[in-house]
Write a protein that binds this ligand. Structure first.
Ligand code: ZN
Length: 188
């Protein structure tokens, strides 16, 4: 499935999720059986580990539909980049979504500053440039930093991931999930 069609499918799924027609009684057993011998997820989601932002739920999808990478702050490291490259090259996925969300605790931690203990420090350091870049801008500092962080992660994927001859088919978009409405807004 091409990137544009994949994005349309995510938008339709999110409309079902926010509307009255959320799928109930998904045919999970049938989907499980249908995907035993292979997976062809139509989108890669780079999302936050936040328990309120599960991509399969907010996009109303099922087993085998989404290839998901999640860390606090929807960041990508070399492992995530390798996973993304794998999905593009071997699973046929062409759409990559970097999904930030309202009230992201990881971005809030970077915004608050101070010393973060243990490995939380790595997360906060990775998000810090987004906080610096949006300092003093009009609007809510946390929302601005969340958008900036997602844009920077998308840029990092564009710069560092290697898609070879498939590069022209790959589309990377940023989304922003609203915890209250359940709606995903798309950049640009
Ligand atoms: Zn978050």
């Amino acid at each position: 499935m091409g990137a544009d069609e994949a994005l349309a499918r995510l938008k339709a799924g999110n409309r079902r999720f926010t509307g009255a027609s959320v799928s109930s009684g998904k045919p999970v057993a049938a989907r499980r059986a249908a995907t035993v011998d292979g997976q062809h997820p139509f989108a890669i989601i780079v999302g936050c580990a936040d328990s309120r932002t599960s991509p399969e739920i907010i996009f109303d999808q099922s087993i085998g539909d989404l290839f998901v990478e999640r860390t606090a702050g929807n960041l990508v490291d070399d492992y995530a980049l390798g996973s993304i490259e794998y999905a593009v090259e071997h699973l046929g996925t062409r759409l990559i979504v970097v999904l930030g969300h309202q009230k992201c605790g990881a971005v809030q931690a970077a915004l608050s500053g101070g010393e973060a203990p243990g490995h939380i420090h790595s997360l906060v350091s990775a998000i810090h440039p987004a906080v610096e870049a949006t300092k003093g801008k009009p609007g809510d500092p946390l929302t601005n930093a969340i958008h900036e962080n997602a844009a920077r992660v998308a840029a990092k994927i564009r710069q560092k991931a290697r898609f070879g001859a498939l590069a022209s088919q790959v589309r990377i978009v940023e989304g922003y999930y609203d915890l209250r409405t359940g709606k995903v807004d798309w950049a640009k």
